[in-house]
Design a protein around this ligand. Structure first.
Ligand code: NAD
Length: 475
C-alpha cells in the first residue's frame, strides 16, 4: 500500500522486513546459507483474469506467495487493495512465517493480494471476482486444506472467505475436509465464533499481558495498569475497531484520537468508539463527527501526545521522516509493517518500546488455527465434554455443601457448574497463546545481552524454531 513511503526510505516493504530479520540472524550467529534460506520466499504466483463488469471485460491481477512450507498448510490472509504488488505480498508472507512460529501455531507462512478497490464494485461483481480468483489459486495448488489456507485481511472478510470455500467445495465435492481450505468463514459455513474479532482481541490480550509485567511497563515510563491509558488508534477497520472497542469497554482505556482515511478526530476526554464506528459506516469517514475536533491531515495525529499508539491500518506509516516526532512511549503494532526499518531504529534510540506486529496481531492466525482444527475434526469444541464438566461441577458443589453443611451461593454455583462452550474455549485459547508468547519474548529479551527490544526477541524466537525445523528435515 505505502510503496512510496518505503521507496523514500530507499528500500521496499520486503527489504524492510528482511533487514529486521538480518539483525536477528546476526545476533544468533546463524550460518549465512541457513539465514538466506530462512528469508527466501519459496514460491509465488501471479494470476491475471478477465471478469465482465457492466458489459465489458476488466482484467484483475493478484498474487499468492508461500514464504515457507516447513509446516503445512501455509497460512495467511488475502488482501484486496487498490495498490498491492508482489513485493508487498512476499513481505507479508514472511511476516506470517515468523508470526506462526512466535505464537506456536504449526503453519508455514503465506499471503495473497488482489489489485482492486472493493468500494467501486457491487456485491455480485466482487463475488464473481473472488470466485474466479479462488479458482485460479486452487488450480495452481495455492488453496487447499492441506497445503495453503487463506484467511481475511485488509479489504476482505467472512463474506469473501465464504465464496472461496464454496468454490473449493464445488471443485472438490469428494474432499470431506473442504471446510478446512479457508478460515475466517461465516459461522453458518464452518467458521468459528470469535474469528472476526480475533486480531483486535489479540491486541487487547497483548496489552493486558504487557501491563502485568511491572518492569516492562517501567521501561516505557508509563505507570499503573492498562486502565486509564490514553490511546490513539489509526484505522477503525476490523482490527482497529475491535481492539479499540474492547480496550475501551473492558479495560477502561481512553481513546483520545482515531485516524481514518479522511483525517483524524481528537477528544482528550475520550471518544466513544461505538458511535465513531457508526458514524464512519453512515458517512464514509470521521469528518463531521460531533464530539471531537477534526484534523484533515490524519498522519499528523500519529504525533499527538498519548500513552499507547496503535497503528491498525496499513504498513509504512511511521518512517524516518516522522519517527522523531512520535510522542507515544509505547506502540502496539496491530497492522503489519507500520514502522519502517529506519524508523524502528530511530524510535528505539529514543527509548520508545514497540510490541511488534509479528506477535501483536497474531490473534487472527491463532483463532484461524482453532477454526481449521475444528473443520478437520468435524465437531465443535466443547460438544462432547460440556455436560460432563457441568456434572463434575455439580458433584463438587454437592461435596462442599455436605462437608461444610452450608449452601454454595447461587452466583458461585453457576460458575462452578458451568461447562465451557466453544466461544469460551476459543477466547481462553487465544488469551493463553498471547500470554505465553509475550512471556517468552520478555524472557528472551532479558536473557540475551545483545537483544534490547521486543521485535528482535520475537524474531530470534521465531528463527530458532524455524531453523531447527529446517536443520531437522532439510531445506
Ligand atoms: P480493514 O480493511 O478492515 O481496515 C483498515 C482500516 O484502515 C479501514 O477502516 C480504512 O479506512 C483505514 N485506513 C486505510 N488507509 C488509511 C490511512 N491512510 N489512514 C488511516 N486509516 C486508513 O483491514 P484490517 O483487516 O483491519 O487490517 C488492518 C491491518 O491489520 C493490516 O495491516 C492487516 O494486514 C493487519 N492484519 C489484519 C488481520 C485480520 O485478521 N484482519 C490479521 C493480522 C493483521
Amino acid at each position: 500500500m505505502s510503496d512510496t513511503k518505503f521507496a523514500q526510505e530507499g528500500m521496499s516493504f520486503r527489504q524492510s522486513v528482511e533487514h529486521m530479520v538480518d539483525h536477528a540472524i546476526e545476533i544468533m550467529e546463524l550460518d549465512d546459507g541457513l539465514g538466506e534460506a530462512l528469508k527466501t520466499c519459496q514460491s509465488v504466483i501471479q494470476v491475471s483474469f478477465p471478469i465482465e463488469i457492466n458489459g465489458r471485460a476488466e482484467i484483475f491481477t493478484g498474487w499468492r506467495a508461500t514464504h515457507s512450507a516447513h509446516r503445512l498448510p501455509s497460512k495467511g490472509g488475502i488482501r484486496y487493495a487498490p495498490i498491492v504488488d508482489q513485493d508487498e505480498v512476499e513481505a507479508l508472507a514472511a511476516l506470517m512465517t515468523y508470526k506462526c512460529a512466535i505464537v506456536d501455531v504449526p503453519f508455514g507462512g503465506s499471503k495473497g493480494g488482489l489489485v482492486i478497490d472493493p468500494a467501486k464494485y457491487e456485491r455480485h461483481q466482487i463475488e464473481a471476482i473472488t470466485r474466479r480468483f479462488a479458482r485460479e489459486l486452487i488450480g495452481k495448488g495455492y488453496l487447499s486444506p492441506a497445503k495453503n489456507v487463506p484467511a481475511p485481511d485488509m479489504g476482505t472478510g467472512a463474506r469473501e472467505m465464504g465464496w472461496m470455500v464454496d468454490t473449493y467445495r464445488q471443485l472438490f465435492p469428494d474432499d470431506i475436509n473442504y471446510l478446512g481450505s479457508v478460515t475466517g468463514k461465516p459461522v453458518e459455513h464452518g467458521g468459528i465464533r470469535g474469528r472476526t474479532e480475533a486480531t483486535g482481541r489479540g491486541v487487547q490480550y497483548a496489552l493486558r499481558e504487557f501491563f502485568r509485567h511491572g518492569d516492562e511497563v517501567k521501561r516505557t515510563g508509563l505507570e499503573g495498569s492498562l486502565a486509564g491509558q490514553r490511546i490513539i488508534v489509526q484505522g477503525l477497520g476490523n482490527v482497529g475497531y475491535h481492539a479499540a472497542h474492547f480496550l475501551q469497554t473492558e479495560d477502561d482505556c481512553r481513546i483520545v484520537a482515531i485516524i481514518e482515511r479522511d483525517g483524524a478526530i481528537i477528544n482528550p476526554d475520550g471518544l466513544d468508539v461505538e458511535s465513531v464506528h457508526r458514524h464512519i459506516r453512515e458517512h464514509g469517514g470521521v469528518r463531521d463527527y460531533p464530539e471531537a475536533s477534526f484534523q484533515a491531515n490524519g498522519d499528523e495525529a500519529l504525533e499527538l501526545e498519548c500513552d499507547i499508539l496503535i497503528p491498525a491500518a496499513l504498513e509504512g506509516v511511521i518512517t524516518s521522516e516522522n519517527a522523531d516526532r512520535i510522542k507515544a512511549p509505547l506502540i502496539a503494532e496491530a497492522a503489519n509493517g507500520p514502522i519502517t526499518f529506519k524508523a524502528d531504529a530511530k524510535l528505539r534510540e529514543r527509548g520508545v518500546e514497540i510490541i511488534p506486529d509479528a506477535y501483536c496481531n497474531a490473534g487472527g492466525v491463532i483463532v484461524s488455527y482453532f477454526e481449521w482444527i475444528r473443520n478437520l475434526n468435524h465437531v465443535r469444541f466443547g460438544r462432547i465434554d460440556k455436560r460432563f464438566h457441568e456434572a463434575q461441577g455439580q458433584h463438587i458443589i454437592t461435596a462442599i455443601e455436605m462437608a461444610t453443611n452450608t449452601t454454595v451461593p447461587e452466583w458461585l454455583r453457576e460458575k462452578i457448574a458451568r461447562g465451557a462452550n466453544e466461544f469460551d474455549l476459543i477466547r481462553s485459547g487465544l488469551d493463553d497463546s498471547m500470554r505465553l508468547a509475550l512471556q517468552d519474548i520478555i524472557e528472551k529479551r532479558r536473557e540475551h545481552e545483545r537483544i534490547d527490544d521486543y521485535r528482535m526477541a520475537a524474531y530470534v524466537i521465531a528463527i530458532e524454531k524455524i531453523a531447527r525445523s529446517y536443520l531437522d528435515i532439510g531445506y
